[in-house]
Write a protein that binds this ligand. Sequence first.
Ligand code: MTE
Length: 320
Amino acid sequence: MKKDKLTMNIPSSEITPKQTYIHRRDFIKSTGLLAGSMLLSACGITPKSATEVVLPTSDPSIKQRTDELGNPVNALEDITGYNNYYEFSTDKESVAKLSGSLITSPWEIEVFGLVNKPGKISVTDLEKKYQPEERIYRLRCVEAWSMVIPWLGFSLSKLLQDVEPTSDAKYVRFETLFDPDVLPGQQDRLYPWPYQEGLRMDEAMHPLTILATGLYGGELPAQNGGGVRLVVPWKYGFKSIKSIVKIELVDYEPSTMWSSIASNEYGFYANVNPTVDHPRWSQGSERLIGELDRRPTLMFNGYEEQVAPLYKGMDLSKFY
Ligand code: MTE
């Protein structure tokens, strides 16, 4: 059964406390009867009805959480109300209300290409198999704003390992749903739809790289990239492709949406780097949504210790 999009778009202030819970798995552990139905639906036996869909909530205990640098998570209203999703609109504040046309459950992705075990898998089965957990990451947009988002996700490496990439697989290519009736921005021929992204194999296998299927303790809203999206926290937000339907393992560097539109402005790597400016603006500072003052941008968005070794010996002003 499909998600009731109207329910998904109810302002968080109107969501009843009954639907409030902290973490999907804590919730499953702490409730008996409903936990039974959640588990059944996780096994794909019982489709979720609209009332069973677990919404992101503005639970005060989630609001109090911080990332590992001590930054508090952004308000749910910011995360779900200020979005880049060009398939709906270029106006960030319109995306949420326009995204009602996208049904995010059930959702299926196909994993294929240079792998021994290609196949299709539903998001329900991904969640059952890989048990999404909370990952509080900073998302730094190339437009120099940022947010702190409590995703529910799992390392992409788990899925990739299971499909057994062949030794020829060097890159991973991701593709968003192509359906101009549902994603009206795709009727605009100026853009090379569908949105595509790519990662080098070692970037894709890095434990920080996740597939997210939820946020703020609930399902991933359409405007944030439901049914499933990529999140690569040390790269500019445009690498974190939404509403993925295809993951292909390839032996070439894939063409990507923004670098194919303006390769002098947006590179394949797109690592957050305060020392390499965008040709039209500085990348040295950013505005964390919800704060008044700008703050300095951190190398690799603050994940330098974990990811710098991936780029050892590379000239990052050339491979931007
Ligand atoms: N994925 C698709 N398919 N279409 C888009 O327009 N925008 C990207 C990225 N993924 C985009 C996308 C950009 S520029 C950013 S900053 C992030 O999504 C924004 O994610 P958010 O709206 O969840 O904050």
